[in-house]
Every structure is written in structure tokens, then in C-alpha cells.
Design a protein around this ligand. Structure first.
Ligand code: UFG
Length: 348
């Protein structure tokens, strides 16, 4: 997409963690991010760089109205449910929000002639897939999601690809590895409720704001027995969305691209890095494996470099932890919501 003067981009789920950082990156690059979110898990205070539309991703009519009213040229689609463990317990909810929600969005885009979509996909589409624990994952690796969450992301990719072929939409699916950290401005950061992610939970445990951390299994086939993940700074991830929006791709093209660093860190390494940043050890115990967790998910990020001209610049584990820790210590939205939001269908 050409970068016109303040071209308007719809950001579904733009009040959530990655969506808000992407809205900021769009604004910094001269776009107008229009955030569409139902605030069931996002925060109104995270919408700072353009108009806000309160709406649900399954509401095709409201989506169509937002596309028309704001003269939208492209969509970045984050809205959906994200917790891997919860998807194992409530798969129907994930299909409804993630897959049916994407059906609504694609219909609205087709009817309004919006020609570019950047989709929030996930490394969860790969699962363990027969890889060794130290092998990185290229985009053409076998797809074997280990959770209903991963299933829904893969189903959405297929659907988008078919829509690209059928209607000339240009689509890029960004398969995120593990998003973490916070914007250096400390205006926005991670605030999930309930929080399920390792880095904020380890920080909360170290600061005494949360329960001691449970390490979900130390008997995986990895060097220290805990799971390996590829942690990517959310600001790097946001930059990848802008690059995908601007990538020189023809009408009808569909591309799936890994967004990671190529470096894995184990749960124990993260716990150690958080302990060093805070100044004392993270209280933790070893628990059972969590359903749906593959032993290792580490990107081969070369295609992102070749196709999007993108690579990570802020994603060392120490930098990610330092930014996440600063955010956790900043007076901020999301602090204190614990328990106020029900475990119900929500959109991030
Ligand atoms: N972990 C713990 N204890 C906790 C929380 C997490 O040991 O209390 C472990 C998990 O078992 C896993 C690792 O820390 O091995 C990372 O877990 P997260 O919950 O932080 O992240 P996930 O890898 O489960 O999932 C994240 C995103 C998904 C995305 C995936 C891609 O939430 O949306 O990364 O790698 F698909």
C-alpha cells in the first residue's frame, strides 16, 4: 500500500497489547489508525493515536460502516482470543471469535472494496510438528497446531488465502512468536486480564504483586527441560505490521511470514533474566505441563527480511525484560482490573 497523506487503516483489536503498539507505529509513520475494539479485554486508554470505534468483530454491518465512514484503505486484524490454555478448554469460543469474526471482516472488506489485509497469525500454527528442539521453523514447515487456538489461526490463514485468490485481496499473515516488552514511552504496554504470559507473571511474582510463578514442566526435550520460545519485542512486532502494509505485493497475493528473532530462550532463562533485572530471584516452583504447549517454537526469520525488509532491533531478552519491568512499575491502565473482568468471551 502506498503511504498517502494520513491514509486510514482499520486496526481491529487496536486497544489490545500488540494492536495498540501497532497503532502507535502507524501514527508515527504518517497513517491514521482507526481502532475497532469491543473493549472486552482491550483498554480505551490504550487508544491514543486516532479515532475509536466501539464494535464487535462478529458484527459485519458495524465493520462495514466503520470501513465506509473512515475511508479505510487497509485493515490490520488483531481482534480475537489469544490464550492457548483456555482454547483447549473452550474451543467453540475460539472458533466463534477467531474464525467467524474473520469471516465477518472479510465479508465487510469485500463489499467495501478494501484491498489489503494484514492478519495477526501465530507460531502456534506449527505445533511441535516432528521438529527437533533446537531446529528453527521456516514458513513451509509442517503445520500441526497443538491447540484449538492454533487451529483457528491456521483456518483463518486458509480462508484469507482463498479470499485473496477469489477477490484480488492482498493478504499478509504475520506468524508471531512470543510478543513481550512495552513501548519505550511507557504510554502503552501489556495488560491482559487474566494475565497468562510468562514474562509479566514472572515480573509480578518477583515484585510480590502476584503469586509465585509455576514453571509448566521441566521434562521437555530441550537443553534445560523447560520450553523454548522466541521472544520478540512488541515494538519490533509493530514495525513488522507497517512493513507488511507497505510490502510491494500484487493484488491477489497471499504471504505468510514468521515474525521472530531466530533465538530461543527457555523458561528458566527468562526466570533468571527477570531475577537479574529486579535484583532478586523470582519465587517459583515446578508444576505440571500445560496442555497445548509445544516444547520449542523458534522462528527462522529470513523470509521477513527478504520480503518485508524487516528484522528485530530491540528484542534481546534483557531489553524486553527491562521494558516490561518499567511498564509494570509505571502507574498505568490495566493495573487493578484483576478479578473485575469475567472469564468470558473477550476480544484482544
Ligand atoms: N509458562 C510457565 N508458567 C507460566 C506461564 C507460562 O512456565 O505461568 C511457560 C509456558 O509453558 C511456555 C512459556 O512459558 O512454555 C511461554 O508461555 P506464554 O503463555 O507466555 O506464551 P505461549 O508460548 O503459550 O503463547 C504465546 C502467545 C500465543 C502465541 C505463542 C506463539 O500467547 O498467542 O506465544 O509462540 F501463539
Amino acid at each position: 500500500m502506498d503511504r498517502g497523506t494520513k491514509a486510514a487503516v482499520l486496526v481491529t483489536g487496536g486497544a489490545g497489547f500488540i494492536g495498540a503498539h501497532t497503532a502507535k507505529a502507524l501514527h508515527d509513520r504518517g497513517y491514521l489508525p482507526v481502532v475497532y475494539d469491543n473493549l472486552s479485554s482491550g483498554f480505551r486508554d490504550a487508544v491514543r493515536w486516532g479515532p475509536f470505534v466501539h464494535g464487535d468483530i462478529r458484527d459485519e454491518r458495524a465493520l462495514g460502516d466503520a470501513l465506509a465512514e473512515h475511508g479505510i484503505k487497509a485493515v490490520i486484524h488483531f481482534a480475537g482470543l489469544i490464550e492457548v490454555g483456555r482454547s483447549v478448554a473452550k474451543p467453540d469460543l475460539f472458533w466463534e471469535h477467531n474464525v467467524a469474526g474473520t469471516v465477518s471482516l472479510l465479508g465487510a472488506m469485500r463489499d467495501r472494496g478494501v484491498g489489503r489485509l494484514v492478519f495477526s497469525s501465530s507460531a502456534a500454527v506449527y505445533g511441535q510438528g516432528g521438529r527437533g528442539p533446537l531446529e528453527t521453523i521456516p514458513e513451509d514447515a509442517p503445520k500441526a497446531p497443538a491447540s484449538p487456538y492454533g487451529d483457528t489461526k491456521l483456518a483463518c490463514e486458509w480462508m484469507i488465502q482463498a479470499q485473496c485468490r477469489a477477490y484480488g485481496l492482498t493478504g499478509v499473515a504475520l506468524r508471531y512468536f512470543n510478543a513481550a516488552g512495552a513501548d519505550p514511552s511507557d504510554q502503552i504496554g501489556e495488560a491482559h486480564e487474566p494475565e497468562t504470559h510468562l514474562i509479566p507473571l514472572a515480573i509480578a511474582a518477583a515484585l510480590g504483586d502476584g503469586k509465585p510463578l509455576t514453571v509448566f514442566g521441566d521434562d521437555f526435550d530441550t537443553p534445560d527441560g523447560t520450553c523454548l520460545r522466541d521472544y520478540i519485542h512488541v515494538s519490533d512486532l509493530a514495525a513488522a505490521h507497517v512493513a507488511a502494509l507497505e510490502a510491494d505485493l500484487p493484488a491477489g497475493a497471499f504471504e505468510a511470514v514468521n515474525v521472530g528473532t531466530g533465538q530461543g530462550a527457555s523458561v528458566f532463562e527468562v526466570v533468571k533474566a527477570v531475577g537479574q533485572a529486579v535484583g532478586h530471584a523470582v519465587p517459583h516452583s515446578i508444576g505440571a505441563r500445560r496442555a497445548g504447549d509445544p516444547a520449542s517454537l523458534v522462528a527462522n526469520p529470513s523470509r521477513a527480511r527478504e520480503l518485508l525488509g524487516w528484522s528485530a532491533t530491540r528484542s534481546s531478552l534483557d531489553q524486553i525484560v527491562a521494558d516490561a519491568l518499567r511498564w509494570e512499575r509505571t502507574p498505568r491502565y490495566g493495573a487493578g482490573v484483576r478479578g473485575e473482568r469475567k472469564m468470558q468471551a473477550s476480544v484482544d
